[in-house]
Design a protein around this ligand. Structure first.
Ligand SMILES: [Mg+2]
Length: 245
């Protein structure tokens, strides 16, 4: 078994879960009202608000219907009404494409103006550079959008790391807990599954990758919600990966 390709999860694997849950998501939520106000003339933002409105119309959950009624009663402006709906989607943790798009735009703005810098594990940057120098092909597979993945690696304390990666995959490729997604990735990066090593902190994801024939390592860290490697080989630091490649 020769490993030529590393496929890396982000959250819990190269970056602390807390950065995503305690920095990125709160930043997007807190910035939402001002961001919409400041960009209300941008066509991209108007389109996002229109799409949110359409999603709301099609959303037949009682909460969303009630929210529609009350915002109509208050005669709220289009922007404020749709903002309230987007905030509702955040509160119920709905996986909404329009919300993801908007969060991506807010993060992009936050990184560019220096209000956010991504936090990686202490050894992540050196490990990525070491593997890249060893001519391993590096790819990302994360449930965050490809836009969000690139932003995260572009704006690290150690500079822009985007160039270290050859391929980027998000849930457009498929669910991270299904073996077919890993088969798609194997075809896309044009490698044999036995030459690929996938690293993730999630047991279901490791199981799915293994079913597809890809090698796995389970990232076990303090602060990760899943602490059960379920038979996958365990690493406690990215430095441990080198023993398997
Ligand atoms: Mg993860």
């Amino acid at each position: 078994m020769t490993i030529t390709h590393l496929l890396l999860d982000i959250e819990g694997t190269t970056c602390p879960v807390s950065f995503v849950s305690e920095v990125l998501f709160p930043y997007a939520r807190e910035s939402l009202p001002n961001f919409l106000m400041e960009h209300k003339e941008d066509t991209a933002i108007i389109d996002i608000l229109k799409t949110a409105g359409q999603e709301w119309d099609a959303d037949l959950t009682p909460e969303s219907i009630n929210l529609r009624r009350s915002t109509k009663k208050q005669n709220l402006h289009f922007l404020d009404a749709n903002r309230i709906y987007l905030e509702h989607l955040i509160n119920i943790d709905r996986k909404s494409t329009v919300l993801k798009d908007l969060q991506g735009k807010i993060w992009s703005h936050g990184y560019q103006c220096g209000e956010i810098t991504s936090q990686l594990f202490q050894e992540t940057t050196a490990s990525l550079k070491r593997w890249h120098n060893r001519k391993l092909s590096l790819s990302v597979y994360s449930s965050g959008s490809i836009q969000a993945q690139k932003l995260l690696y572009r704006h690290t304390k150690e500079g822009n790391l985007e160039h270290l990666f050859d391929h980027w995959f998000d849930t457009h490729t498929g669910n991270k807990k299904e073996a077919d997604s890993y088969r798609n990735i194997t075809a896309e990066i044009n490698a044999m599954s036995s030459n690929i090593l996938f690293i993730s902190d999630n047991g279901d994801e490791c199981d799915a990758a293994q079913i597809s024939g890809i090698n796995t390592l389970f990232s076990l860290r303090d602060g990760n919600p899943d602490q059960d490697p379920r038979g996958h080989r365990v690493i406690k630091s990215l430095n441990d990966v080198d023993a398997y490649i």
